[in-house]
Design a protein around this ligand. Sequence first.
Ligand code: ACO
Length: 158
Amino acid sequence: MGISLDGLRDKNLMQLKKLNLALFPVRYNDKYYADALSSGEFTKLAYYSDICVGAIACRLEKMEGGSVRAYIMTLGVLAPYRGLGIGTKLLNHVMELSAKQNISEIYLHVQTNNDDAIAFYKKFGFEIAETIQNYYTNISPPDCYVVSKLLPVSSAKK
Ligand code: ACO
């Protein structure tokens, strides 16, 4: 069965909203969706056959000095479709795109009890950089890790 990725547009924005409702205990605001739409290829919906079953949504952040960071706002796959390589395909897509676009770092926040997600990111070379107490207001535990992967940045323009 084929897994394919598709870009985010106004027309399929509702798919991402439905996925987030099913996957995350957090409600995302209009800024989240505006950031996802303006991140271009850095936000993707994943289809298993013709069913939308997962997504990665990023925000690009310009840093002082000109470098750019990619922040993974959400990455999720519906439970019945986990373990099929869909999360890997979504994360690999963002890592490859980041390398091509000379992004210096990819980072994200993850709840400290989310062992599956922490193990998943570590497998791809991400590391826990920091713990933030009381990052979340409505979920328990309220603490998160900042999980990050630094990418080699070349000064030469390709
Ligand atoms: N369930 C959970 N994890 C599994 C399963 C399964 N049934 N099967 C395998 N895995 C583990 C394995 O370690 C696997 O590696 P392997 O294939 O080399 O053994 C690894 O997960 C990767 O498997 P994939 O199939 O590529 O990943 P998947 O599509 O299951 O997605 C994800 C991983 C996104 C973390 C998923 O578990 C998920 O949606 N979790 C709930 C949402 C979530 O917590 N997202 C991250 C929060 S942080 C953030 O969004 C920024």
